[in-house]
Design a protein around this ligand. Structure first.
Ligand code: NAD
Length: 425
């Protein structure tokens, strides 16, 4: 059976709806491999809880704006729900549902005891002052308060949010509880119970996955990175530190290219100062989306969903794609890439470093204890490399792509949890 969910009007096929269609397609393929029965497939295709909230925000000039916010808990069969909080103008309930579903498979794949969730607010954070952002965050948290908590659902940073946002989430929740609850959120500042190694964890995981997939020496391997935010900038940095030659990066403002390799630390400083990579003087300017067609060994999409589609996939020359972003490759593009022999290390594996160290942060919070950066990195490496080996072996054994194998493992573990728990009542 193919998985059906209620659809929106055809005229309203948003990027979010496309992301959800991709996620459902991937689930469908895994369910076929696992021979899941129709009832279980439908349960896994539909979120456990979805909350839509209206968030009123008082602007500095006195106006009142109202924006839509969402929190979706896709699955909690293996533990509390876990997933990022996104502030982006085009976020919608479909996108948040897709991202929550990917979180469920990701946590199961890397073997951490969480279900999957995601939150979003349809707003452009760049258009708000810090005080407006704080008011928006606190009001949104207040609206979703019944859903979240250290044993229920634990948000973390995603696109458009950062450790300051997480500090406001922690404070709003704690004020309501009447005591400090650091474990309600991860990706916090160190002073509030954040973990060493969390800020760079997703990017470190991307580096670990890329080096595992490359096999041999990274020395001189050429890399292009789409997205120069929290994940992309540090992924570029860590790959460069490992000996790769990062020749191009892009962000929403543009793209830059240097055939001899970019000085990533210098470019990060420029982007932080200027608000983007555009105009960086020590490299050539490149049309933003031409980055995908460069003759490089490795491509790291680290921006948003739907970056690699049937339109640009035939022109991709990289032999390895390591997905820092969630859902950057559409199923149609996946088929084109598989046919051309391009290896794709899928999002639920490649970017799992973030949720792994979020889990470590939460464990430290629950024990009121903290680990050294060495201990955190060792655990991260261990879980990433273990998951990579499992996915690689299953893919080879069954003739699957790495994405298909990763989904078979992740979905299979969640399906097992449902079977063992049984159905209440
Ligand atoms: P971010 O907001 O810090 O950065 C996003 C970056 O993408 C920015 O540099 C932005 O300019 C760029 N961008 C947006 N549209 C673009 C376009 N069309 N072309 C090129 N660049 C574009 O977000 P982030 O936290 O780095 O997240 C990036 C991706 O990684 C998302 O898919 C997110 O879900 C995923 N992810 C993030 C984490 C995390 O810990 N932050 C963990 C796992 C996965």
């Amino acid at each position: 059976m193919s998985i059906m969910v209620p659809s929106t009007t055809p005229a309203l096929i948003t990027p979010g709806r496309q992301a959800l269609d991709s996620a459902l397609h991937q689930l469908d393929q895994a369910a076929e491999q696992l021979r899941l029965d129709d009832g279980l497939r439908t349960m896994l295709a539909t979120p456990r809880r979805s909350l839509t909230v209206s968030v009123p925000v008082r602007r500095e000039d006195g106006r009142l704006d109202v924006v839509q916010g969402y929190r979706v808990q896709h699955n909690v069969s293996r533990g509390p729900a876990k997933g990022g909080l996104r502030f982006h103008p085009s976020t919608d309930i479909h996108e948040v549902t897709a991202l929550a579903m990917w979180m469920t498979w990701k946590c199961a794949l890397v073997g951490i005891p969480y279900g999957g969730a995601k939150g979003g607010v349809a707003v452009d954070p760049a258009g708000l002052t810090t005080r407006e952002l704080e008011r928006l965050t606190r009001r949104y948290v207040n609206e979703i308060l019944p859903l979240i908590g250290p044993e229920k659902d634990i948000p973390a940073p995603d696109v458009g949010t950062d450790e300051q946002t997480m500090a406001w989430v922690m404070d709003t929740y704690s004020v309501n509880a009447g005591y400090s609850v650091p474990g309600v959120v991860t990706g916090k500042p160190m002073t509030l119970g954040g973990s060493l190694g969390r800020a760079g964890a997703t990017s470190r995981g991307v580096q670990i996955a890329a080096l595992a997939a490359l096999g041999g020496s990274p020395e001189g391997v050429t890399v292009a990175v789409q997205g120069f935010g929290k994940v992309g900038a540090l992924a570029a940095q860590y790959l460069s530190d490992a000996g790769c030659k990062v020749v191009a990066v892009s962000d929403v403002t543009g793209a830059v290219y240097a055939s001899s390799g970019l000085d990533i630390a210098r470019l990060r400083a420029w982007a932080a100062e200027e608000g983007g990579v555009r105009g960086y003087r020590h490299a050539d300017a490149l049309a933003r989306d031409d980055l995908f067609e460069l003759d490089v060994d490795v491509l790291v999409p680290a921006a948003l969903e739907g970056a690699i589609t049937e339109a640009n996939a035939p022109r991709i020359r990289a032999r390895l794609i390591v997905e820092g972003a969630n859902g950057p490759t559409t199923p149609q593009a996946d088929e084109i890439l598989a046919a051309s022999g391009t290896t794709v290390v899928p999002d639920i594996l490649a970017n799992a470093g973030g949720v792994i160290v979020s889990y470590l942060e939460w464990v430290q919070n629950m024990q009121a204890y903290s680990w050294s950066s060495g201990e955190v990195e060792l655990k991260l490496r261990d879980l990433m490399q273990g998951a990579y080996s499992e996915v690689k072996s299953l893919a080879a054994e069954r003739g699957l792509t790495l994405r298909q194998a990763a989904h078979v493992i992740g979905v299979g573990r969640v399906a097992d949890a449902h079977r063992m728990r049984g159905l209440y009542p």
